[in-house]
Design a protein around this ligand. Structure first.
Ligand code: ADP
Ligand code: MG
Length: 684
């Protein structure tokens, strides 16, 4: 009897090697494969005649190979197969790049179904690298075909046949997790129907029905888990910080706190006085002044005789925070220290000793703060900055360093309210929706290549005035290296150095060791580098007030919220600042998206707009995967209404039956139990 837990090696043609390749995609069992949703679909139902084709359409054409395909070697590493195909309405040129083997697969006089994007002109149409199969095979033509994320060593067709075989074997025995009353009330289809049709939809209505159910299910289960965490947390005790008054702290600040900062601090203070452990997310746009909120809370902890830990995702940021905390807190008498991986063993030992015997009140650091050998005399508050870089389980470990520890998480990613409720359902949320007075807007422009020379002139001028420049390139995946339009950071840095021989160009990218990265960043902060070319490693809170220009290459490849984060790296000092979004992308949608940033500097407005244009995918992006219980909603293109509905349903069900004791809720209870067991670190 087949089971969802069966290994993929039980499928036809899947040996140990292919199984290893599939593991790279996170696939080990039949169940994993069924939950590996297509990232797109190709509608290959309609066949078109050659005379009806228009350039830029993606179509299926049935046609006959009119002459023997010709193979030519253009240069080393590049060969072409060219052929002409005909139907009763016209002829078409087909070219294959570096696929010499198709020469022997396409036979003169035989008919095939070709699928691809029409190129050329109306009078001379072409197809490049089309997919094809012999007429009558019916494997990939005449149907809606799923398109999967792939990796080297697995083709789309292999993936398809594995999915087909899996559905044949286990399609009928997929268990239903959702309670019957929830299915009925929200008009959702059964699990087995949904999984079959999300992979092999009979038509687009079936696909929509399937998709809606899967999105609902995912968010529903996730929200139920969140509710149950929240329920347990609300019963958890927290140290009571009854002493002290943050007004005393405010009086020593070099500026007056904004109303929004005051509100966030007041929320936190109320938590820390309540007797329950605080779990609060503080969300505020870049530059909204979250660090001060953290300092106020650390001050309160100290007033009550507790230590505080402030955790940052990188050494650079930890260093910056140390500096800020010393400025804000040392004058009040707090003893502040740093603990980071790059410190000498002897220094680290000394700091650890001071933490253990209570000689330090506040420690700032990287994940070194949670390593096994760090003990605290009396830890009462843990704050993590830019939480996306920390897993939930890392936060949990830090919390475990003391009893009844209060926890605050700070994030600069503005997330629309509905989504925040879902993603951070276990946290209370404070939003800092106001920037300190006198901030300058970053002037933002979306430009094409034709502006390159002028832009270079502008860079030169800014550097002459003493400013510094960020250039950000998208991460280039292995299989994209050949696309000429994409600029990888290292290559682009080389090109920039050639364009600006008189300037100092530096480069940081993800494949460098963290020590090397930090060195380059430190040099940039110190003003020893004029132009810093990087991948998105600069996205997170680095403060370089002297930088006045942010250039993003291939801007169309970034999410709007991410672009907004990047833009937030400039305009942090008194200098007028600019952001240039470089893009040659065609298409109205790409242009519309970039224009949103040119129109507004408000992160929440950007986030809402992003949500409207692209759906919530971006927010559930990769960083959430594998962390909170693997959300795949992004892959499914969920819409906001379903998110809200699913959450409401979860809240309703969990408050009616918190321990899920009703018989109909048993599969749900079992699901949550396995989730909590499997991810004990994360959820407990
Ligand atoms: P972020 O929310 O991005 O972490 P920061 O805490 O780094 O923002 O604050 C950005 C800058 O604004 C810092 O230089 C900080 O000193 C300053 N700042 C914070 N709050 C205020 C305020 N109320 N008035 C003026 N400047 C402020
Ligand atoms: Mg910050």
């Amino acid at each position: 009897m087949a089971e969802l837990n069966d290994k993929l090696t039980t499928l036809r043609g899947v040996g140990p090697q292919r199984a290893r390749t599939l593991e790279k995609l996170g696939l080990e069992t039949l169940g994993d494969l069924l939950r590996f949703f297509p990232r797109a679909y190709e509608d290959r139902r309609e066949r078109r005649t050659i005379d009806s084709l228009v350039p830029n359409e993606t179509v299926c054409v049935e046609a006959m190979v009119a002459a023997e395909p010709r193979l030519t070697h253009v240069r080393r590493g590049m060969d072409l197969v060219k052929l002409r195909i005909v139907d009763e309405t016209g002829a078409l040129d087909v070219t294959f790049f570096n696929q010499s083997y198709v020469k022997n697969q396409l036979l003169c006089g035989e008919s095939y179904v070709f699928y691809g994007k029409v190129g050329g002109s109306l009078t001379r149409k072409t197809l490049t690298n089309p997919d094809f199969e012999k007429v009558g095979t019916g494997k990939v033509a005449g149907r809606i075909l799923p398109v999967y994320r792939l990796t080297r060593g697995i083709s789309g067709r292999q993936m398809l046949s594995m999915v087909e075989e899996t559905l044949e074997r286990v399609g009928e025995i997929i268990p239903e997790t959702l309670p019957r009353e929830v299915l009925a009330e929200h008009e959702l289809c059964a699990a087995s129907y949904a999984l079959r049709n999300v992979h092999l939809p009979t038509d687009f209505t079936a696909l929509d029905t399937a998709r809606r159910r899967l999105v609902f299910e995912e968010l529903f289960l996730f929200s139920c888990a969140m509710e149950s965490v929240r329920d347990r947390r609300e019963k958890g005790e927290g140290a009571v910080f009854s002493e002290g008054d943050v007004e005393e702290f405010y009086r020593t600040l070099p500026f007056a706190p904004t109303a929004a900062q005051r509100r966030a601090v007041a929320d936190a203070v109320a938590d820390m006085r309540s007797g329950r452990a605080m779990s609060r997310l503080v969300q505020g746009d870049v530059g909204s002044g979250k660090t001060m909120v953290a300092a106020a809370c650390l001050y309160l902890a100290w007033k009550n005789g507790y230590q505080g830990a402030f955790m940052a995702p990188t050494e650079i940021l930890a260093g910056q925070h140390l500096h800020t905390m010393e400025r804000f807190l040392s004058p009040l008498g707090l003893r502040v220290g740093l603990l980071s991986g790059s410190m000498k063993a002897k220094e680290r030992r000394e700091v650890r000793r001071q933490l253990a015997d209570g000689a330090l009140d506040v420690v700032v650091g990287t994940h070194a703060l949670i390593s096994e050998d760090v003990a605290y005399a009396r830890l009462g508050l843990v704050i993590t900055d830019e939480q996306h870089r920390f897993g939930v389980n890392q936060r949990a470990r830090l919390r475990g360093k003391g009893e009844n520890v209060h926890m605050m998480v700070m994030s600069a990613t503005p997330i629309p309210r509905t989504l925040a409720l879902i993603l951070y359902g276990d946290l209370d949320v404070s939003i800092i929706d106001e920037l300190p007075p006198g901030r300058q807007e970053v002037r933002t422009f979306a430009l094409g290549e034709s502006y390159r020379t002028r832009l270079n002139g502008f860079i030169r001028q800014q550097v002459q005035e003493g400013r510094q420049v960020f250039v950000v390139c998208p991460m280039v995946e292995e299989n994209e290296e050949l696309l000429p339009a994409l600029r990888s950071a290292t290559e682009h840095a080389r090109a920039m150095q050639e364009t600006f021989p008189e300037l100092r160009v530096g480069c940081v990218h993800g494949r460098m060791k963290s020590g090397e990265k930090d060195e380059v960043m430190a040099a940039f902060v110190a003003g020893e580098i004029d132009i810093l070319v990087s991948t998105t490693v600069v996205e997170v809170g680095v403060d370089v007030p002297n930088a006045s220009v942010m250039i993003v290459e291939n801007a169309e490849r970034f999410g709007l919220s991410q672009l907004h984060q990047l833009r937030g790296r400039v305009g942090r000092g008194s200098h007028r600042s600019w952001c240039f979004l470089m893009s040659e992308a065609e298409g109205e949608e790409a242009r519309q998206r970039l224009k949103v940033l040119c129109r507004t500097n408000d992160g929440f407005a950007v986030a809402e707009e992003d949500l409207r244009l692209r759906g919530p995918g971006d927010f559930f992006g990769e960083k959430q995967h594998g962390e909170l219980g693997e959300l795949h909603v992004a892959d499914l293109g969920a819409d906001m209404d379903v998110l809200q509905e699913a959450r409401d349903a979860a809240v309703k069900l969990m408050s009616a039956d918190p321990l899920l004791q009703q018989p109909g809720h048993r599969p749900l209870r079992e699901y949550l139990q396995t989730l909590f067991e499997r991810k004990a670190d994360t959820w407990n």
